[in-house]
Design a protein around this ligand. Sequence first.
Ligand code: ATP
Ligand code: MG
Length: 228
Amino acid sequence: MLEVRGIEAAYGSSQALFGVDLAVDEGQMVALLGRNGMGKTTTIRTLCGLMPARAGSLTFLGEDIGGLPAYRIARRGIGLVPEGRRCFPNLTVRENLLATARGEGWDRAAVARLFPRLEERAEQMARTLSGGEQQMLAIGRALMTNPRLLVLDEATEGLAPVIRHEIWAAIAAVKARGQAILIVDKNLKDLLPLSDTCVILEKGRSVWRGNPDDLAADADLQDRYLGL
Ligand SMILES: Nc1ncnc2c1ncn2[C@@H]1O[C@H](COP(=O)(O)OP(=O)(O)OP(=O)(O)O)[C@@H](O)[C@H]1O
Ligand SMILES: [Mg+2]
């Protein structure tokens, strides 16, 4: 479904990616891992068209998406839950969801079943929501685009344990519907059991790819690349 090959990217003269490879198949969940500053967000920004790839290729559903503007990549079916959530602060919950609505499957009723709290707060401004509620809204907003691939950057960062639990349950439910997912999160205990494949980044390069059981069982690998 998605194939990222050898991508390089830079912020001005400061290169951040030096060769990232990863692939996501239909119905799969791929975890993108690595310590702080290793290039996870930059990889996601590049594949969503939010910054250019200087080298390498990006193929989605058999077509080259490298160089397309972000809105076109979104229309082709990549739905992003960005780091920091980025809900539209001065729109209500309902308006945030309607703003991106497209296609069939995920609609407001389906999002309300996934996150009942959002429905209770439908007329509340997004800026007045708690962090956890904003994350639910960011996920709901991405689902409203009915993406072929859902991308989550820091799915549960900074959230209280009880809210994290709700978010993981929702991600598991979304995955169970066959949704392909690319996800970044530091909470391996919740992330690995749901994932089909892991890709580790180190200083802007993909350095390891494998299955989550092998990573969970390998303390050296975790220590070397994840600082655990
Ligand atoms: N706006 C920016 N301008 C310049 N350099 C940046 C910018 N954003 C990120 N970088 C640099 O690019 C590199 C990769 O950062 P990136 O945000 O992709 O890492 P990350 O793996 O997502 O980290 P984290 O786990 O902290 O979210 C880092 O060296 C970072 O300092
Ligand atoms: Mg990041």
